[in-house]
Design a protein around this ligand. Sequence first.
Ligand SMILES: C[S@@+](CC[C@H](N)C(=O)[O-])C[C@H]1O[C@@H](n2cnc3c(N)ncnc32)[C@H](O)[C@@H]1O
Length: 245
Amino acid sequence: MTDTRHLYTDLAWLWPMWGDAAAEYAHYCQHVVGLIRRHSRIPAATLLDIGCGGGKNVLNLARAFHVTGLDLSPAMLAQATALNPGCTFVQGDMRTFGLDRTFDAVLMDDAISHMHCRADFVAAFRSASAHLNPGGVLVATPDVTSETFQQNRTTATRATRDGLDVVFVENVYDPDPTDEQCETTILCLIRDRGRLRIQTDHWTMGIFALDTWREVLRDAGFEVHEGRYIAGDDEYTVFACVKTG
Ligand SMILES: C[S@@+](CC[C@H](N)C(=O)[O-])C[C@H]1O[C@@H](n2cnc3c(N)ncnc32)[C@H](O)[C@@H]1O
C-alpha cells in the first residue's frame, strides 16, 4: 500500500476540529517552555517549531517566544497562519530546509514520526542543529519509541461542528519489528449533514529505540538531557538538547 497524505492536503481543513488548540496543547507547551528556560545557556527569545502543522503548539509557544513555524504542507501552513496571524510561517522539508537565520530554541514535536528511515531521521536533527544558536535548546518528544510501541493500537475520536460529524480512527501496526518502520492507517468518516464520505490515509512512520534517539542527537552536536512528560494515562520521554560548540 502506498503512502497518502489526505490529512495534510485536501483534508487539512479538518485539523481545527480536533480539540481546543489553546487548552489541549497548553500543558505540553508549558513543559517545553520550562525545559528551554532551565537548560538554555543563552537568553531565549526566538523559537522555530519544525513540522508545526496546524499551529496549535505555535499558538501556545507564542506567549513566550517569537515563533516561526516550518512545515512541508501549504494546506497545514494555511491553517497555522489563520490560527496565528502574528507569527511567521515557512514552507520547507525538515530534512533539507535552509533558512537564512538561526533561532534561540527549536521544537521538534510529533512531525518527526514521519521520518521513516534512519537517514531522514538523522538529516532532520542535523537541519535542526544547523538552525539553532550555540547554547540554545532543542526540545524533541518522541510520540512513540520501540520501547513504548503497542502493536495494533487503535483509537477513535469524534468531533462535531457546523453540521459536520467526523469520526477519526487511527491504527498503528508494525509488520516487521526488526526494522525501524511501522504503519499508521487512518479512517475518516465525514458526515456532512448526514451525507457520508469515507477517506483513508496510510503512512509509513519511523520507530526508533531510545538509544538510537540518544545517539543521533549526540551525533548532531547536542548535549542530551532526558525527562518525562505525563499527559493523562500517557507518559513520554522528552529530550532537552543543548547545542554545544
Ligand atoms: C501531526 S501534524 C503536526 C501538528 C502540530 N504539532 C501542531 O501543533 O498543530 C504533522 C505535520 O508534519 C508535517 N510533515 C511531515 N513530513 C514533513 C517534512 N518532511 N518536513 C516538514 N514537515 C513535515 C506534516 O505536513 C504535518 O503538518
